[in-house]
Design a protein around this ligand. Structure first.
Ligand code: ADP
Length: 502
């Protein structure tokens, strides 16, 4: 190294922390990552969930912002790392959730309508009759209340202030990433990235732009929406009043896409499954757009404006069914009890639970399906219900993987992350069911780490995806041990019985 290089090297190492913001559905988290890709500080804060009607879910956007800011301050004060030593900020976020605000005052005009909210189910059923194939062709999505466009239209039709603000061109609709960018930059910048835009049902993922026809279908005009930059774009600088210095925002990814990146699934055919509140399968399919029946195609990331696509299957209730056993039924005190209860039985003895508590997402897309427990006998105990709940988390993932197995590279194994992967029974059962190897990711925070990796790639801390690949570590491998085809057939029968109940 010459003196010039040494000087640059020292400078780079002085400013080599990344602040990774992870705005989730139930909590806001912040992680500080060092140049070795290691988290050196973490903070998390829950915020309120609002359920104004059955199946409606809202958040208060100001609470989201406040809780996020608190976690950033806490990480900085706990680690005593100066904001001046942070090279850049990355943002990952709960997707599809919509915030409507007034661009003049910066104030929300309504609560955020959350991805889980089902208020637009009827409208979506109507749209399916006419627009199913057009929307799939352009956006890669199935029509469902899950996505942002129908939520935005609901606000225009039902919130009085919205129509008034439209007259003055002051209404803005943002997903959570753009709401955070807006606030972090002192209400100056309003941007999003393609991984988030591709969830709005307004974005043409082949042409990489908002689609006029789709916008008009939901009464949206482009000036209402955040501008779409590449995922490793320049999203502005944090307001100096916040942290005493301006830090560039250099990466944005939706949470599931960030987890794909965080699991180093960079090659076509790489696959990850997240078992969190919901269950999510993402398969990297490279740079060629492709459609698969009943699953969705989405932009994984767009680095330097060249998009990588993913096939995604999302199920609304995964670990949430364990929460329901705890809080709704009260048959367990803690999720950690479920593993020993499940293995106390040699088999499910014919008991199946279909966790369609808020309808069924992929591959069934039945908003009116409802949960069932079937196969009960006098011998049924809580162990059976618990086992059926855990098995259901694996069956739902199998329903997503089986139809697309040919998209996976031959030697590919599934990388699994999310809170429920602590459960060995679940991962072993999944390996048996799919006859595939499952590897538990050692990266408990794959989402925050994922966007942190992309931020580091943007700012040059890491030079290439290969550098990042080296940072990814496996934890434990689950090999298939038992044939579960008979059980899987029975599950298929059970799931049919939950359809169109509501
Ligand atoms: P999210 O990021 O969606 O909030 P997490 O990845 O933190 O979710 O995972 C939390 C979910 O994992 C909860 O729904 C919880 O019920 C489930 N969970 C946690 N521990 C276990 C366990 N040992 N067995 C099964 N499920 C678990």
């Amino acid at each position: 190294m010459n003196w010039y290089e040494i000087d640059n090297h020292i400078k780079a190492n002085l400013m080599n922390y990344i602040l990774s913001i992870d705005q989730g559905t139930t909590s806001s988290r912040t992680i500080l990552i060092d140049a070795g890709g290691k988290p050196v500080g973490k903070a998390q804060k829950e915020f309120n969930q609002y359920f104004p009607k059955p199946s409606w879910v809202e958040h208060n956007p100001e609470e989201i912002w406040k809780s996020q800011l608190e976690t950033i301050s806490k990480v900085l004060s706990d680690t005593k790392i100066s904001p001046k030593d942070i090279s850049a900020v990355g943002i990952t976020n709960q997707r599809e959730t919509v915030v409507a605000f007034d661009s003049k005052t910066g104030k929300p005009i309504y609560n955020a309508i959350v991805w889980q909210c089902r208020r637009t189910v009827n409208k979506c059923e109507e749209l399916k009759l006419k627009y199913k194939s057009i929307i799939k062709e352009k956006t890669g999505l199935e029509i469902d209340a899950y996505f942002s466009g129908p939520k935005m239209e609901w606000i225009i039709e039902n919130v009085k202030e919205a129509k008034e603000l439209i007259k003055e061109k002051r209404l803005r609709f943002g997903t959570i990433d753009s709401w955070l960018i807006w606030n972090l930059t002192g209400k100056k910048e309003f941007y999003t990235d393609p991984s988030n835009a591709s969830r709005t049902m307004l974005y043409n993922i082949k042409e990489n732009k908002y689609d006029d026809k789709l916008m008009s279908l939901f009464q949206i005009e482009e000036w209402m929406l955040p501008k779409v930059l590449k995922s490793n774009g320049e999203f502005g600088y944090t307001d100096p009043d916040l942290f005493g210095t301006s830090i560039p925002i250099r990466a944005v990814l939706g949470d599931q896409q960030a987890a794909l990146f965080g699991n180093a699934c960079f090659n076509t055919g790489d696959v990850k499954v997240t078992y969190g509140t919901g269950g999510f399968l993402l398969i990297n399919i490279g740079d060629k757009f492709k459609l698969v029946d009943n699953l969705i195609t989405t932009i994984a990331w767009s680095i330097d404006n060249s998009p990588t696509y993913a096939i995604e299957g999302s199920t609304f209730i995964s670990g949430a069914i364990i929460q329901w056993l705890r809080d709704g039924l009260g048959i367990i005190k803690d999720a950690s009890e479920t593993e020993s209860l499940a293995i106390s039985l040699d088999s499910n003895e014919g008991v199946y639970l279909v966790p369609a508590l808020s309808g069924l997402g992929a591959p069934y897309w039945d908003g009116n399906a409802r949960g069932i427990i079937i196969g009960l006998t006098r011998g049924t105990t809580k162990a059976h219900i618990v086992r059926a709940a855990l098995e259901s988390m694996a069956y739902q993932i199998a329903d997503l993987v089986v139809p697309v197995k040919e998209l996976l590279t031959k030697e590919s194994f599934i990388k699994a992350d999310g809170g429920a992967t602590k459960n060995n029974f679940l991962l072993q059962f999944q390996a048996d069911l799919l006859n595939m190897n499952i590897v538990r990711s050692s990266q408990a925070e794959a989402t925050a780490i994922g966007v942190g990796y992309l931020t580091g790639l943007s700012t040059g801390i890491w030079k290439s995806k290969e550098d990042i690949q080296k940072l990814w570590k496996t934890n434990e491998l689950f090999l298939p041990r038992k044939n579960r085809l008979e059980e899987y057939k029975k599950w298929k029968e059970a799931v049919k019985r939950s359809f169109r109940w509501n």
